[in-house]
Design a protein around this ligand. Structure first.
Ligand code: ATP
Ligand code: MG
Length: 329
């Protein structure tokens, strides 16, 4: 498998009142060419900040990358200037967000918005750019594409707006598409249609996709591999089948345990007790220790190392260090 993106020891922080708060604490993972990688974790675990770090989209915020590397096609994005990033964003790495209204301009016609990246990155003349834009709208299943070009975002339904966002994102044939909760705001039927569309496009275009979601059902259906994040760190990385079959990290076990199984009736979802810690006040040692069913003394003192397993699996948990020492796994 050839790697398209490799994130190494990434540390990102925000500053408020001259006080710097680390949000990402050495994030490590990679995305292979042509795969869909799922990024999961509870709210506040740092999924969006990871994707914004990859795009270096910190304008208007105090966010900055403090350490680590992000290799895209072998080149370190963290070293690139804003001008260089502008050539990468939209062209090589594109992004779609949960709520299209935040990224579509309400006072610009759909056509004008679609044409902007196409002109900028593909250098097509007006006629060719228009044809390309219309063909992209058709590709994402938008009927009356020519008319939609003349309409404003508010004239479209949520599902149609999300399709426009996808058309815009893939219009310059990016190698990597980052989709941050792309269907959470949509109803279930439309959600399924949009996910189908994403998968189809990913296969036809040979794109890699970083799919950020809360929904483990979506992960099971869409992803090849999964990265699990907790409190600004990756705690487990595995093939999707293996992850659901035998989750290693107690946090992953908790997440999977809180998904109701088909046919099983439960009054309430069993969620993991406690909350994601505040980044300004993190526990010592393993950040999951206060919520963990298997907590040991060492967990409260030292951060667990990343332990590698067969088939590219890894897990940051002292349980497996013990297992290694004890039984010699
Ligand atoms: N602009 C910002 N300034 C300061 N802190 C921020 C900023 N954006 C995010 N954070 C903090 O970074 C942490 C991680 O946030 P992030 O948005 O990456 O979480 P997430 O995993 O995407 O959560 P969700 O599932 O809710 O989208 C949170 O504690 C959040 O408060
Ligand atoms: Mg988020």
């Amino acid at each position: 498998m050839e790697k398209l993106l490799q994130v190494e020891k990434l540390e990102t922080s925000f500053t408020r009142d001259k006080k710097k708060t680390k949000i990402l604490h050495g994030v490590n993972f990679h995305i292979n060419k042509g795969e869909i990688l799922g990024l999961v974790g509870e709210s506040g675990s740092g999924k969006s900040i990871t994707s914004l770090s990859i795009m270096k989209l910190f304008k208007g915020t105090s966010g900055e990358i403090n350490a680590g590397q992000i290799f895209f096609n072998g080149e370190d994005v963290t070293k690139k200037s804003e001008a260089e990033m502008r050539k990468i964003r939209g062209k090589q790495i594109a992004m779609i967000f949960q709520e299209p209204m935040t990224s579509l301009n309400p006072v610009m016609k759909i056509g004008e918005q679609l044409l902007e990246p196409i002109r900028l990155h593909l250098g097509l003349d007006d006629k060719k750019a228009r044809e390309h834009a219309i063909s992209m709208l058709k590709k994402v299943g938008i009927p009356r594409a020519e008319e939609i070009m003349k309409e404003y975002p508010h004239q479209l339904s949520g599902g149609m707006r999300q399709r426009v966002m996808i058309a815009m994102a893939i219009s310059c044939h990016p190698q990597l598409l980052i989709a941050d909760e792309p269907t959470t705001a949509l109803d279930v039927t439309i959600q399924a249609q949009i996910l189908d569309l994403l998968k189809q496009l990913q296969q036809n275009e040979g794109m890699s996709v970083l799919l950020i979601t809360h929904d483990l059902g979506v992960v099971a259906e869409m992803c090849d591999r999964v990265v699990v994040m907790y409190a600004g760190k990756v705690v487990e990385e595995a093939d999707v089948f293996e992850l659901f079959e035998s989750p290693k990290h107690p946090y992953t076990q908790g997440l999977i345990g809180s998904v109701p199984k088909l046919g099983e009736k439960r009054e309430k979802l069993e969620s993991i007790k406690g909350n994601v810690p505040n980044p300004t006040n993190l526990p010592q040692g393993c950040k999951f220790a206060p919520r963990c069913n298997h907590v040991m003394d060492i967990c409260q003192q030292e951060e667990p190392p990343e332990i590698s397993f067969a088939n590219g699996r890894s897990c940051n948990c002292w349980l497996y260090q013990e297992e290694r020492r004890g039984i010699g796994v």
